[in-house]
Structure formats: C-alpha cells, structure tokens
Design a protein around this ligand. Sequence first.
Ligand SMILES: *[C@@H]1O[C@H](CO)[C@@H](O)[C@H](O)[C@H]1NC(C)=O
Ligand SMILES: *[C@@H]1O[C@H](CO)[C@@H](O)[C@H](O)[C@H]1NC(C)=O
Ligand SMILES: *[C@@H]1O[C@H](CO)[C@@H](O)[C@H](O)[C@H]1NC(C)=O
Ligand SMILES: *[C@@H]1O[C@H](CO)[C@@H](O)[C@H](O)[C@H]1NC(C)=O
Ligand SMILES: *[C@@H]1O[C@H](CO)[C@@H](O)[C@H](O)[C@H]1NC(C)=O
Length: 950
Amino acid sequence: MKGAAVVSSKYFTIAFLPKGSIWGTTNCSSAAMFIFRLKLFIWVLLSISYLAFFTSASLCKQFVQQTTKQFEQETDRFWEFQEQSNRWVEVKLPFDLVSCVNDNCNKVGLIDQTKGTKEENLGNEKDASNQNNNNMKDGNIGRLDENSYANLPQRKRISLTKMSDTSIWVTGGSGSIYERFWNGVQWVIAPHDLHLSAGSAVSVLIVNQTILAISEEGNLYQMQLGDNSQPIWVEFKPAFNQSTNEEAEQSSVIQIKSSTVSYDGQRVYFCTKNGLLLELSEVEPPRWENHGRPPGADVAAIADAARIRAEVVYTISSVGDLYEYDKNSRPSWKKHLKSVDASKEGSLIPLMGCTVHGLIGDHSISLFLLTKGGKLVERRLYQRKWKWINHESPEDHHLTSITPLLEDEPNETFISLFLTTSTGSVFEYRIPNHSGTAQENQISVTWLNHMHPPNAKPARGIAGLRFQLGRTLFALDDGRLAELHMPNLGGENSGPTHQFNMRKKVSSKYVWSILDAPETEGWNAEYCTEERGPMNCIAGIKDESNNAGNTRSLTRRRKGNKAQQEYLSPSTSRSALAETSKEYSFPDNWTNTNFRLRMMQAGVSFFMVTDEGLTFEYLYTENVWLWLRHDHSTPMRGSLGNYNGSLFFVDIYGTLLIRERSGNDLAWINCTAMRKGTQVTAGPPWDGKLKVTAEDALFFVSKSGRLLQFTVALRKFKWKYCRNPPETKLACIIDQEIFRENIVFVVGRNGRLYQYNKVTELWHEHHQSQHLVLSRLPGTAIRPSFFSLTGSLFMLSEDGGLVEYHWNAWDGWIWVEHGTPCKDVNLVAPPGPFFKGNQLLLIGSDGNVYLRYMDQLTWRWKNCGSPHDRDKDTEDQTKMENPNYSNGNCDPKVASTRPIPLSENSAIFELRDGRLAEIREVQDKQWVWIRIIGTPTSTCTASYWIALAS
Ligand SMILES: *[C@@H]1O[C@H](CO)[C@@H](O)[C@H](O)[C@H]1NC(C)=O
Ligand SMILES: *[C@@H]1O[C@H](CO)[C@@H](O)[C@H](O)[C@H]1NC(C)=O
Ligand SMILES: *[C@@H]1O[C@H](CO)[C@@H](O)[C@H](O)[C@H]1NC(C)=O
Ligand SMILES: *[C@@H]1O[C@H](CO)[C@@H](O)[C@H](O)[C@H]1NC(C)=O
Ligand SMILES: *[C@@H]1O[C@H](CO)[C@@H](O)[C@H](O)[C@H]1NC(C)=O
C-alpha cells in the first residue's frame, strides 16, 4: 500500500479537513493540495484543543474553590491524566474530585452524570415493563397446554389456488406468488412474483387459460408472455360501459379485494374494497359489469358463485347477512333471513362457503357457512323452502374456515367438510349423504379431529385446498404448507394420483406431511431451474442412479421429512423444560470487542471505535491512508450496522445513532429518540447484500435481551419489538438475512440457536444437542450462491471450538463440530470473515490467526501466525512499520476483537497493543500479514495521520 509512506513519517499530526471533502467521494483536487491543507490546519486544531483542555481545567479549579456556587454540568465526559501510561483516560462517572495537599487527600466534590443517564434508566424501565407483558403473553414454560391452544393471528395475503392437478398457485405471507408444479418427477417451486412496484399479492385466480393476480393495493394483474417468452405481469384495469353502470365513474378508483371463479369456470366475480360486486365475463376483449351492492349493505365476500343456481351469486355483507343476487329477477338483490341465532355471534363471517347438492334428498341444496361465534351453519333449500340448520362446532373450538369441496366430489356415503380452527387444528365434519350409494349411513363420529402437523399449525381463517380426493393442502401459520392425506397416498414426493379407493376413505386415518416453502417466506424450498434434471421447471428428468450425490434426487426428499421437524416451537422444546433462567452476564467490553471495527466501503474505508469511546475512520483518499475522527457528544461503544451508506453506532448508554452524510455535512441521528426507540447492545455482525425493498430493516438486540426491528427502507424509520423466545433472552445476532432472506438467527443467553422469521413474526428453535452450548458471540454466515440455499452458519461453542450449522438439499440441517486448531489453542473471538466460500479466519487463544479451509472436500486448519513472526513472509519490509518497534508498549499478537474484511482478499485484525494489522491472501490459501496500521490510541504507535471529519 502506498499509504504506508505516510504512516512511516515520524511526526504526529492532527488536522481538519476541508468541509465536505471526505467520506465517499472526495473533491480535493490533488494530493499535494490535500497534504498542504492538512499541514495548514495543524495549528488551528492544536490551539483549539489546547484551549479546550485549559478551559476544562479551569472549570474544575473554580469548582474546587467555590463548592457553594451552583453550576450546570453540560457534559458527561471528563478525562484524567494517567501518569503511568502518559495519556488522558476518560473517567467513569460518578467521579470523586479529590484535592491532595502533601499526600493528604480530601474529597471536595463529585461529578455525576447529566440527563443522559436518567433517560437511560427510564428506558430501562420501559424495557422492563414490556418484558413483563411479554412474559405474560408468552406464558411460561410450565403452561405448555395453554400455549398450544392459543389463538393464532389472522394472516394476510395467504391463499391457495388450484390450476390443475399438477399446478397449485400460492400467495405467501410475504406477498410473493409461487407455483407448486409437478414436473413429472417431483414437485418443484416456480417463482411468479409481481414486480416490485406492484407490491404484495394477495390472491391468484385462473379463468379459462388466463392467470390473474390481485395485489394488496387492490389492483389486478394479468400474466402475459413477454418479449423473450418470459411471463410478465401486466396491469388489467376494470372498465365499464358509461351508459349501463351508474357507478362507472368510480371505475378509476376500483380496488379489488377478492375474487371467485364461477362454478362453470366461465366468469369471475369480484368483491371490491368498498363493497361492490363486479363480474368479468370475458377477458379478451374485457367485458366488465358492475352489479353494485345490496340496498343498505355491502358485499364483503362471495359465498357461492353460481354453484347453487346458474348466474345467481350469494354474498355476505360485513355485518354478516346473506344476500342473493340474480340479475334476471326484480329486485335483483334479496336478503336472506337472519340465522337461527340472531345475536352478533350468530351473524355470518364473510367467507366463501361450501355448496353441496342432494345432501338430504333429490334437489336439495346446502350452503355451509360459519358464524362469527365460530359455529358451522347450513342454509338449506329443500322442497322450495329455505331453512337454517345449526351444526354447532366441536366442543371448545372456534371454526374459522371451510375448505370447498372438489368440483367433482363423488356422491358417497358421506360428505367430508374440512374446517380449520382459531387455534390451528383441522376438523373433518362428516355429513351422511342420503343420495349416496350406501343403504344405511351409520357414521359413528361426525367431528373428527385431525389436529396439525408436529410443531406447526394450519393458519387461522385460511381455507384449505381440496387438491385431489383424499388430499387436502393447508397453509401453515409459519409460512409453509402441509398436506393432509392418506398414508401411502399423497405427501411431498407423491405426484397427482388417479386411483382412489373410496372404501379407504372411511377407515383410514389421515396423516400430515409438511411441504417446505421458498425463501421468500423464510423457508428452504429451492426454486426450479432451467437446467436438465429433476429440478427442471417444465419437465423433470430422473437422476442417473450411479451419479448419486451430485444432483438433487428424490431419495433425499424421502429423508427430508425428518429435517423439517427440527424446527421446534420454542415454548414446546425440551430445553424449555430443562433450562432454568441461568443468567448469563456479559463482560463490560462485550459490545466494544465485537463491534469495534466495521467496514464502510470495501478497500477504501472502515471505522474503529476505541476503548475510550472515540470514533475513527481509516480512509484511503488521494493515495493516502489517514485517520479521520468523527466527534460525538457521548462516548461510543461500537458500530452495529451499515445500510446504504449510513453507519449505525451505539454509544455507552446504548443509544443507537446513525452517522450519515446530509447534504455537505455529516450528521448524527438519534434513533433511540424516535418513537418506541430503546437502548441496544448488539446488531447484525455483517452487512449483507440486502436487496433493496420497501421492507428493509436492521435488527438489534435490546439491553433487556429482546430482538428489535428497525425499518430503514426509504428512510421511513420505524421500531418494532420482536420479543424473544419464551425461555431465554437473546445474547446476540448470529446472522441477519445473509443465510436466509427474512430470517434472523440468534443465540440465546442459554447458548442455544433460535431463528426469527420477519414475515410470520414467529420464533423457532433448532434441534440442538443438549451438550452443545454456543458462545454468546456473533457468527458468520456463508452462502456461496444466491441461486442455491446451501450454506452454513459458523459459530463458536462455549469452550472455544468452531461449530458449523449446515444446510443442503439432501440432508437438510446438520451440525458439524470442527473443534479447535490444536490441542492447547482454542478460539477466542467470533468467527471472522469468510472468503471465496471456503476460507474462514479465526483467532486463537495464542494470539495467532488460524485459517479453516476446505481442501478437496476436507476441512483443514492452517496457522497464519501474527504480524510478530512475519519475517517468514519476506516482502518488502519498508512498507510496514517495524512490528517490534519498541517503546515497551508493543505486543503484536492478535487481540480477541472481531475482525472485518477490508476487501475480497484481505482482512483487518486488532493487535493486543491496540494497533491494527492487515492480512491478505497473496496466493491460493496463502495468507500473509502485509502491514501494521498505527492507530490514534495505541501506545505502541509511533505516528499516524489524523483528521477531523466535519
Ligand atoms: C358496452 O358497450 C359496447 C359498445 O359501446 C357494447 O358493444 C357492449 O355490449 C357493452 N357492454 C355491456 C356489458 O353492456
Ligand atoms: C371463457 O371461455 C368461454 C368459452 O370459450 C367464454 O364464453 C368466456 O367468456 C370466457 N371467460 C372469460 C372470463 O374470458
Ligand atoms: C349427487 O347426487 C344428486 C342426486 O342424485 C345430484 O343431484 C347431484 O348433482 C350429485 N352431486 C354430484 C356432485 O355429483
Ligand atoms: C438520544 O435520545 C435518547 C432518548 O431521547 C436520549 O436519552 C439520549 O441522550 C440521546 N443521545 C444523544 C447522543 O443524543
Ligand atoms: C475484555 O475484558 C476482559 C476482562 O473483562 C479481558 O479479559 C479481555 O481481554 C477484554 N477484551 C478485549 C478485546 O479487550
């Protein structure tokens, strides 16, 4: 590095930089000019700092002499001159002012903290009271049963739509659209997301051969083939004939809420956000009709779309009344009588009902609906009379959705309705079918509880999808899917089935299979590919059996199910019962050692926060490396994040601050001062390549050990509490969204791994041996390709060994223990940066850096030493300060500060004497210490450049 030339010049410099010339693009015209200005400003700063020292000294003197006089303390920062180290050291408050005359010392005053501290305490209380609420809500570990019957939240955006036996379309909680497609060999997942500006999708409908999607904003999109025959979504606006529609002028602001394709598959009925019923009878050219709304009411849902009678639509209003719309009769809208139970509980939930013909005799029609009280009711037309029939609900269960029957559900001895409950169970309701083939309808149970898959619950209020006879799909509350099916018929590896034995239906117990969802929902299903093979999006080709292992095969899918179950709900895990809240206490320097360094811009700039709380930037500009000081009113503790050119810092009070450019100046923004803001101790260890979305957020850990989400997208700053797993507080974040989009991996203070899903807001625990206790340190995530979900989290165990948590499509999740580099050396700092997908740098207790690397499918250790023994790597010594430069304060062993990458092949470590050192890969897996960087606070340093960022 050419910059080393400056470092080796033997004088001490402090300078101001011209305003606006630093950080990011520099506008200094030439290097010479730049140095000139630096020199020019030396005097200015030196005199100012001298003045500052002088005034505070005189302030104390005044204080000592006139203790009765009131004065207002405006700062929390005071320094004391330490003779041993020959430097100024910041004092801890409260600080006794002592006057010594001939070794006779008296306390003459006290410096205490100013308002900052008080607010900190307030913040703590706030945190603590939230914590209490939190505990109450989560329930404690003794009350598992209560927890498993807790009501689930109502999920938005989730829907399931069947296009054919081989294609199911899903909208996920994140607003994504994906298709589950049987390519002849296996089920694959194809992404069909709306474009970013269209926002989130809430449902998909398929009419004739046209695919339409409804967005959360209420717009309609049609899938068309683009130029390169890639499907694209094109907006499809409802348009009405002026003459025939009174409310036509509203068409420009029509926002669609939901849709239903008519029973004959020819038309689509829509329900708008303002309660209108629309009909689309032709797509090409579009033919829209607006049927308006029932008098004095609205249309909140379509209960039946022409299945009861052709061209007649049944709707439910938001108040909960049933209406019938027949455009060929006058009046067109008819209101049905209230249900048996006239109270509010008895009014209807606006949802799609389930229509059955001939249930109690020829020509009978039954429309099954749910009430707000969670009961099943039937509106029955028999012998020209409408009647309400109350079917109640299984005891203590509140029904929230009905799964519509298949269009060609055969007439059998009984009809099965599948219903989900508010607590996430699935019940089957068996209704004897009088027109069926069996003589006598002796059904012993009417309500059959199919419960839920292990460790997962069907989402509340989302209708299941009858996909084939005996196979029903449900959206799970955690964002995945599940199939309820007969053993040996259905499940993850089973394609569409065509033979179905009706007799089995009565006798068989159903079983659950969990189907993984794509990464948009935080889960592990990889998208299909264009390559030939079993994962092809159109036609799968079976693996050649002798080539096992290299391509994704069906065989692993069989193993797959075990892996799925390794996601545990935290409150039901074994550790919850075993672990009592053994409080883990953090060393004082925890935040500082783990967040001392942060890369700002690769190869150009990084930040360092010193023990004393000063913030420096090391910047390469105009061919020179120099230190810039970023002053702040309170001492800093670390740098917790970097988003889009803004750095996030935490001060000693836990205040989260943004440092960013604002016009020509650099500004500090206090995030803790924002609504719901609180104090933090940790943030994401690494800054991922966040794809810019309107939901970008950084995650932090609060002082009380909870996870906080701070939305940063579009500068619409917003705090959100994400709580913590019920049995433990958080220690820190292992990884935010580098390994899995929408997933934050954390380690609890109990040393166990948890994950938080940003979409579902749920916590999960991972299967982890009771003997493995993780250290309470950040981790490193590695994912070699964005097209594959394969990758690992690297962490340390409590006893200083390296631990890997790996995922691949064949095995699912696996733990790998790598141990320590050698017998007497364990690892002392969080795993360092990862390079090229197979090289990880780590710090040993002996002060050396170790490389863990993959060499032809085998992991190996390599000792990279410390700058101390760099004589081995002979490169020109002149570029580096003499590592053993001796003023007695030097120790070029590597300190246990978390290192950072500087560029794609180099990293920065801190040395025990406070200096920094750069290590670089000069040849394949050959890491060499290339320079030592003097720092403004190291007592070993001979010289350095420093400037003040303004
Ligand atoms: C709308 O108007 C066009 C001509 O102006 C006519 O051909 C069409 O049938 C009308 N559609 C409806 C639904 O009335
Ligand atoms: C679907 O196809 C039928 C028959 O071709 C046609 O009559 C109907 O208008 C189409 N529906 C839509 C919504 O395009
Ligand atoms: C069941 O049988 C009844 C009476 O025979 C008939 O009206 C009805 O359409 C049948 N339902 C189905 C789905 O086939
Ligand atoms: C930031 O705001 C918080 C809360 O209002 C306050 O306690 C703290 O002192 C502020 N810190 C700084 C450095 O402005
Ligand atoms: C942090 O403090 C502990 C003792 O409290 C000390 O052993 C350790 O070396 C410190 N870490 C660093 C990086 O200074």
